[in-house]
Ligand binder design. Structure first.
Ligand code: ADP
Length: 442
């Protein structure tokens, strides 16, 4: 038997959320860079007329596109995000310096691109990372100016300006300071901002976690007294029920029914809360899913006959064994069947079905009840989500939430197809192989 805890480590949850955020930011940054590179490529004919070497600028645009594509490929393949961020941002800083050289050097507003790289670095690598990337940028820029000044590399001039060597030197230093100071200041400001955002995020996660554990404690403490009350009522009815008059017995039966409903509600809340907090354990084992559906449906047959409802089981075409938590999946099937009974009027038909579709099985419960209007079809899977109707509420609005979480925890999904006035089909899918520790999440 295999047992896996869902999101058991809170630290891991924060890490994975952070990793997801970083991944998305980097993906967007990468896509934008590709866009910019393509733009530069497309405007090459224009730069030719400005006497900028089109070959070199085109090559640099290609380099930047390759860095982006490699970064995105690495993200998809699960390469370490920090390593991708360091490599691509350092590469971007150097490519920008070379682009500045080939597109007019200090005479253009190109150095402003360093600010973009530094801001991206602060969010992806933190304040320290942003400082290092800012240094890489300004040092490579200084080196470029120096080599141009010494004549080692030829300065590309887009305007016909010539200065005396001394004036040129002074101007280059001023230009370097005008680029270096804002770049370094931006790295610090953006770094502080990124750190604050991270702290706020961590505080929010922590307060949500505390709220969840408090709710869990309250709900857990409610269960014991309610169990005691319903147990005592059961005993009272069993031992003294015969000696009571009809009204007294009805009163006690009502109290017993309400107590059981309350117990069910507390149990569901407790489970949903556990799943949300990542403390719910899946006990996975090979299960004959057709048998499980048939058992649950059979268990409902007596109740169905009492209500005058026709209950059918469409036999499985093949015996399918899947890897799942039989108790949890039993609850899902039973919840869907109970709902079908609850909402289908007398004389209606309810069918349960198991079908194999590729690498998964789909379990459906079909009824001839009132159906669900389109605007409620997503809402009913949310906590306390119910179809608005006249009269007293029939349930808690938690059953389908639990079903959705259970299906998703197994790597499957749940959905409803419905026609108002004709009936509904609630179906959920489960992968045949079942979840692995890594895949389990809500
Ligand atoms: P509960 O039934 O306890 O209210 P659920 O989460 O199981 O909670 O269901 C949410 C809502 O979805 C129900 O209140 C009902 O409005 C609607 N619903 C669920 N199953 C059916 C069904 N088979 N036919 C019609 N409506 C349904």
């Amino acid at each position: 038997m295999n047992s896996s805890t869902l999101n058991s480590n809170a630290e891991q949850t924060i890490d994975s959320e952070e990793a997801r955020d970083l991944r998305n930011t980097l993906l967007y940054a990468g896509i934008i860079t590709i866009g910019l590179s393509v733009m530069i490529l497309a405007t090459s004919p224009l730069v030719i007329s400005l006497q900028i070497p089109p070959m070199e600028t085109t090559l640099l645009a290609l380099c930047s596109a390759i860095v982006s594509v490699l970064g995105i490929y690495g993200l998809q393949r699960g390469w370490p995000i920090k390593a991708i961020s360091w490599t691509s941002l350092t590469a971007y800083a150097i490519i920008i310096t070379m682009t500045i050289h080939y597109t007019g050097g200090p005479l253009t507003p190109m150095p402003a691109l360093y600010l973009l790289v530094v801001v991206a670095a602060s969010f992806l690598l933190g304040r320290q990372g942003a400082t290092i990337i800012a240094f890489v940028s300004v040092v490579s820029y200084a080196l470029m100016l120096l080599l141009e000044y010494l004549g080692v590399i030829k300065m590309v001039l887009i305007w016909d300006i010539t200065f005396e060597p001394q004036t040129r030197g002074a101007l280059l230093i001023i230009n370097w300071l005008a680029v270096a100071i804002p770049t370094l200041i931006t790295s610090q400001l953006a770094g502080v901002l990124a750190e604050r955002l991270k702290e706020t995020n961590a505080e929010l996660i922590e307060s949500e976690r505390m709220q969840n554990s408090l709710t869990h404690m309250i709900i857990h403490d409610l269960r014991n007294p309610i169990t005691a009350v319903t147990g005592s009522l059961d005993l009272l009815l069993m031992t003294l029920g015969d000696k009571m008059n009809g009204d007294q017995r009805n009163l006690l039966k009502n109290a017993q029914h309400s107590g059981k409903m309350l117990l069910g509600l507390v149990g569901e809340l407790l489970d949903i809360n556990k799943m949300e907090a990542g403390k719910f354990e899946l006990h996975l084992e090979p299960v004959n899913i057709c048998k499980l559906v048939a058992q649950n449906t059979e268990a409902m047959r007596a109740a169905a006959e009492l209500e005058g409802q026709n209950l059918e089981i469409t036999a499985c075409s093949t015996e399918t064994v899947i890897n799942c938590d039989p108790q949890l999946i039993s609850r899902v099937i039973s919840n869907l069947l109970t709902n079908a009974f609850k909402y289908t009027p007398e004389g209606g038909a309810i069918t349960s079905k198991v079908e194999r579709e590729g690498e998964e099985v789909v379990i459906s419960v079909i009824d001839t009840g009132p159906g669900i209007p389109p605007k409620y079809r997503d809402h009913i899977f949310e906590k306390f989500g119910q179809v608005k109707q006249d009269g007293p509420r029939q349930g808690t609005g938690l059953g389908l939430t639990l079903c959705k979480m259970a299906a998703r925890a197994h790597g499957g999904d749940i959905w409803v197809e419905s026609e108002v006035g004709k009936g509904s089909t609630f179906a959920f899918s489960l992968p045949i192989v079942g979840p692995s520790d890594a895949k389990v999440e809500f």
